[in-house]
Design a protein around this ligand. Structure first.
Ligand SMILES: Nc1nc2c(c(=O)[nH]1)N[C@H]1C(S)=C(S)[C@@H](COP(=O)(O)OP(=O)(O)OC[C@H]3O[C@@H](n4cnc5c(=O)[nH]c(N)nc54)[C@H](O)[C@@H]3O)O[C@H]1N2
Ligand SMILES: Nc1nc2c(c(=O)[nH]1)N[C@H]1C(S)=C(S)[C@@H](COP(=O)(O)OP(=O)(O)OC[C@H]3O[C@@H](n4cnc5c(=O)[nH]c(N)nc54)[C@H](O)[C@@H]3O)O[C@H]1N2
Ligand SMILES: [Mo]
Length: 550
């Protein structure tokens, strides 16, 4: 973040409402523009606050980012602004990629995206001539059936302009949750162990099996229903586990700090899925909309009650220190998991109280980090001693002397050469039609956090933003006969909500914007589980809806 704020001469923010959703970094970007004249291009269908100080606002139709980016690269190539040396030395797959980009002349791109040709030309000139340029992106890019393709297209752009592996450059995903980067690094994904070591790699599986004292052979369940060895198959994502409850792939859920009734797409469907589950355990800090479906509630602790580390959006591992003792019956999240594991291993209630924790022999988060160090090359050199000394470590940190890696890909890419990918535009899964003529996009507001379980308990936040608002453009408001304080009914093929309208130029005509912070009018009653084929992320950003005055 410091690097981008201090060194980028151009900033390209696409699909990120940075000042509301990442306010600290948003403020840093703002200062870079105001104080040192960095050029800011924002590509977002909505007139978000960031556009107030942007050099250029590209207002594309939702779900047309690939066409937009290919069109910008077409113009960069037409003007000879590509970085020929970088492409020759560091990349491959260029010819095939060129064939695809040639299919995106500005007139055609303007038609798909709704952005005037002159604006495309202005953007391409900044991107082609102002170096270095940093790209920042978030959920406006990923929450589409083409989420992975969108990100690859951004990588194409940054390789074409030679902005990879350089200070002030790069493709910079703004990670959302305080520790989502850490959760992924720790293998909280169905296909990898810690630091992206694949479960299907035999060497990796044997390494973990040896460390954990289990059979080196792939997972097998014996006649006594005892499990031996580690899985050699990729597991399910959340968006597969949920429908899995209906078709028998999943029977039980252990939900740790998620509120799927609020945050998963197509709430009515999610209710059916949870009702079909044989057994649900929910480890939470508050009763939530999802707790009605849980057989067992386990009280975990909040950030303020725990010690440990969070890994932030820039791969920086940071200490978290306990500020208050756990309230009520709450226990450390890691302790609850370890005790369940121990009981599964056969310990009785009396011995559990006293340990030792057979194979789960942890007494503190630092014990857990020691195990991570031994099994995870990129975290090998990150320990409490260094963190407590105040060292600012960004992984990879391959050993205890290594200073960390603030910038990736400086000399080469993880796979060797950077591969240009030929990527075509694919329209969203659901498009407006006569029955459902509006596009609804969904996301967050500054004052609330996801399902709102934490922020709706804060009086000050509720006094600032106390109910769900649906953003509607003034021209649509007129057609719908909305007046001040009007409520609208927003309906999709899956459900319906009623919420107060916020008539605003933030959304263009034909588009509405809703959030999922309030159970009484959650956008996820309307969204659908159309998934990206690779990452399995749902297309939260495009839903066809009809809108009426209540
Ligand atoms: N206050 C607050 N802050 C948060 C959160 C919160 O709940 N509340 N959540 C955190 C989490 S987990 C996350 S993941 C981040 C999310 O952070 P962001 O991704 O910045 O937030 P979103 O509101 O999901 O939407 C991002 C932007 O994408 C735009 N958009 C919609 N459709 C498209 C499209 O087709 N193309 C493009 N280019 N843009 C589009 C929207 O108009 C919006 O401005 O925020 C984090 N920060
Ligand atoms: N329509 C639509 N839906 C979306 C999105 C969108 O843009 N549009 N964005 C998606 C994204 S990016 C995200 S990240 C998800 C977020 O969705 P969720 O992860 O379901 O939402 P959160 O509210 O962040 O967290 C869930 C629960 O964690 C609990 N919790 C907080 N801290 C702790 C803790 O330390 N320990 C324990 N045990 N529990 C804790 C909170 O009480 C809360 O109820 O929503 C997704 N859903
Ligand atoms: Mo997120």
């Amino acid at each position: 973040m410091d690097d981008v704020a201090a060194k980028a001469q151009a900033l390209f923010v696409i699909g990120s409402n940075t000042t509301e959703q990442h306010p600290v970094f948003g403020a840093m970007l703002r200062q870079a523009v105001i104080q040192r004249g960095a050029k800011l291009i924002v590509a977002d269908p909505r007139r978000i606050d960031l556009t107030e100080f942007a050099t250029l606002h590209l207002r594309q139709r939702p779900g047309t980012d690939i066409a937009l980016l290919n069109g910008l690269m077409y113009l960069i190539l037409e003007n000879g602004w590509e970085d020929k040396a970088f492409i020759a030395e560091r990349c491959e797959g260029y010819e095939e990629f060129l064939e695809t980009v040639k299919q995106y002349p500005p007139e055609k791109v303007s038609e798909i995206t709704g952005i005037p040709v002159a604006k495309l030309q202005q953007a391409a000139e900044i991107m082609g001539t102002v170096k270095p340029m940093a790209v920042m992106w978030a959920m406006g890019i990923t929450q589409h059936i083409v989420g992975v393709r969108n990100v690859m297209t951004l990588a194409n752009l940054q390789m074409l302009t030679g902005n990879m592996g350089k200070p002030g450059g790069g493709v910079n995903p703004l990670r959302g949750q305080n520790n989502v980067q850490g959760a992924c690094d720790m293998g909280g994904l169905p296909n990898v162990y810690t630091a992206y070591q694949p479960v299907i790699n035999e060497e990796v599986r044997k390494k973990f099996a040896a460390a954990w004292g289990v059979s080196e052979a792939p997972r097998l369940v014996d006649d006594n229903h005892t499990i031996h060895g580690l899985a050699d198959k990729v597991g399910l994502t959340v968006t597969e586990m949920m429908p899995g409850l209906l078709d028998g792939r999943t029977h039980a859920l252990y939900i740790l700090a998620e509120d799927p009734i609020m945050s998963d797409p197509d709430t009515k469907h999610i209710r059916h899925c949870l009702e079909a589950a044989d057994f649900i355990v929910l480890q939470e800090i508050f009763p939530t909309e999802t707790s009605h479906y849980a057989d067992v509630l386990l009280p975990g602790v909040t950030f303020a009650e725990k010690d440990g580390t969070f890994t932030n959006t820039e791969r920086r591992v940071q200490l978290v220190r306990q500020a208050i003792p756990p309230l009520g019956e709450a226990r450390q999240d890691w302790e609850i998991i370890a005790e369940i594991a121990w009981r599964i291993l056969g310990a009785d209630a009396a011995s559990v109280e006293h340990g030792p924790w057979a194979g789960w022999d942890y007494h503190s988060p630092s014990d857990i980090l020691t195990e991570i160090n031994a099994l995870t090359p990129s975290y090998a050199g990150i320990n409490y001693e260094r963190l407590e000394r105040g060292e600012r470590l960004q992984w990879p940190v391959p050993n205890a002397e290594h200073p960390g890696t603030p910038i990736l890909h400086t000399k080469g890419f993880a796979r060797g050469k950077g591969k240009f990918m030929p990527i075509d535009h694919i329209p969203p899964a659901e498009r407006p039609d006569d029955d459902y003529p509006f596009v609804m996009s969904t996301g967050r507001v500054l004052y609330h956090w996801h399902g709102g379980e934490m922020t709706r308990r804060a009086e000050s936040l509720m006094s600032l933003y106390g109910q769900a608002l649906v953003e509607v453009n003034p021209s649509d408001a007129e057609k719908l006969h909305l007046v001040a304080e009007s409520f609208v009914r927003v309906e999709s093929r899956r459900g319906v909500i009623e919420a107060k309208a916020w008539v605003t130029e933030r959304v263009p005509p034909g588009m509405v914007y809703a959030n999922f912070h309030f159970p009484a009018a959650s956008a996820n009653e309307l969204t659908q589980a159309a998934l990206d084929p690779v990452s399995k992320i749902p297309e939260y950003k495009v839903t066809a809806v009809k809108v009426e005055l209540v």
